[in-house]
Design a protein around this ligand. Structure first.
Ligand code: GLY
Ligand code: MN
Ligand code: MN
Length: 450
């Protein structure tokens, strides 16, 4: 097989003990008067008799490891009759012949460490026992209205009966200050997954750079990238963006239907997901293997901005500081290129740079490409801590019809994105195996067919 595979062995799979440790950490946060209710994802219809490939909900996966759709997890720390309860689809010999094996209630206990398991139809009947004595219900109201209704109806009935039975819960809380705080700080096992996802995704980007040539199509490059993911037991963590020419100016371009032309830059934003953890990488490079003078001028400004922002990925800095560092370099670059006129401070104050840099500089990364976790705490930007992973992804985009700049800049879109771990020392760039210096990109592309 000539497509790249990772040089390292994949990380070991998480065990039931690992998930139990996560639940113990959550119990420390929510205490014995809290209960968490988490729904699994549902299968999503694609067309007649066909579903989109199933992807488990990240919160549910983080806490349980249970891979099936439709389930509900309830976690009530310290509960005498079992803290971790799973509601799952029943075993069904006929459906299992068609759609695959199900763990059922027995498997939920034996393979996933549930203290008790029931089929889904028992949820309403069991819920009062699970909520008894709990003051706070931790769940994401609004995500699943039908579940909200089942739970709130139960709470309402408990209130009505509270003179005779146990008290009803007093409050619903979201997961931001509990489960999502845990997910935000990655432990070594999670980082092993993220490093692996990053390494394979880097190999996929290198492959695309080596393949690219005028006449090839965006979808052919996408196919190469996805093949590298697939060979490494991975799938795309989000819709891959392969944008040639002015398509790179559409921030969430996923059509990927165009043909690469000589003189185009190609922006590829693609990351593979390994067992629930995704990478998120963007590189921009010339279809013909050589940056033009104009492309080089803009590219170097984005790269300098990215380096300045990466330098802020340190303990006690903030995502806002990272954004400010990138914005300053980019705005100075806009002035140097003649796109904006005036003093950099004043331009930034007015937000003038947003014409060409209209998104943030980074976001948390983990199980979700836009991962959970608060960016502000008590109305202040939150200091970075070791174990957080953020993307760093400044860009410059000149819309093809933007007559405020000279014609040679129009339709150019450049973004450079890496995944960066906050450590006790220097930032650790998980995705550094994809070249980003112009000379290194050109050298790799010159190697095509070698
Ligand atoms: N790939 C999505 C993003 O960069 O935010
Ligand atoms: Mn990103
Ligand atoms: Mn991205």
């Amino acid at each position: 097989m000539n497509a790249p595979v990772a040089s390292k062995a994949p990380p070991s799979p998480l065990t039931t003990d690992d998930f139990a440790r996560r639940r113990a950490a959550l119990a420390e946060i929510i205490g014995k008067d809290g209960v968490v209710i988490l729904p699994a994802n549902r299968e999503q219809p694609r067309n007649r008799d066909v579903h989109y490939p199933f992807r488990q909900d990240s919160d549910f996966l983080y806490l349980t490891g249970f891979p099936e759709p439709d389930a509900i997890a309830v976690f009530a720390p310290g509960r005498g009759d079992g803290a971790f309860v799973l509601f799952v689809r029943p075993r069904d010999a006929e459906r299992e012949i068609w759609d695959g094996r199900r763990y059922g209630t027995e498997g939920a206990c034996s393979a996933f460490g549930a203290d008790a398991a029931f089929t889904l139809d028992a949820f309403e009947a069991q819920l009062p026992n699970l909520l008894a004595g709990r003051r706070h219900v931790h769940m994401q109201l609004g995500d699943r209205p039908e579940l909200d209704q089942r739970v709130t109806q139960c709470v309402q009935r408990m209130r009505e009966l509270s003179r005779r039975g146990p008290g009803a819960p007093e409050a619903f809380l979201g997961l931001d200050t509990s489960l999502h705080e845990l997910r935000l700080i990655k432990d070594e096992q999670e980082l092993a997954h993220m490093r692996f996802a990053a390494e394979v995704s880097a190999a996929a980007h290198r492959k695309a750079m080596q393949m690219a040539a005028p006449g090839l199509t965006e979808w052919q490059l996408q196919a190469e990238i996805h093949a590298v993911f697939g060979r490494n037991d991975m799938e795309p963590g989000y819709g891959s963006i392969v944008g040639a020419g002015a398509n790179a100016c559409v921030l969430h371009y996923i059509e990927n239907r165009a043909t690469l032309r000589d003189g185009d830059l190609i922006l590829i934003d693609a990351g593979g997901e390994y067992h629930g953890y995704t990478a998120d990488i963007t590189r921009t490079f010339p279809a013909n293997g050589r940056f033009s003078a104009e492309q080089a001028a803009v590219y170097d400004i984005v790269l300098a901005a990215q380096r300045a922002a990466i330098d802020k990925v340190r303990r006690s800095e903030t995502v806002d500081a990272m954004h400010a560092a990138a914005t300053r370099v980019l705005t100075q670059g806009m002035v140097d290129l003649g796109w904006l006129q005036g003093a950099v401070d004043g331009l930034i104050e007015r937000g003038a740079q947003r014409r060409f840099f209209m998104h943030g500089t980074g976001h948390w990364l983990g199980m979700d490409v836009h991962d959970v976790g608060r960016y502000r705490v008590d109305d202040h930007p939150r200091p970075l801590q070791p174990g957080m992973v953020t993307t760093v992804e400044p860009g410059l985009y000149v819309q093809p019809d933007d007559e405020s700049v000279d014609a040679q800049w129009r339709g150019m879109g450049i973004r450079i994105e890496d995944d960066v771990l906050v450590t006790d020392g220097a930032p650790e760039i998980l995705t550094q195996a994809v070249p980003k210096e112009r000379s290194a990109i050109e050298a790799l592309m010159a190697d095509r067919g070698a």
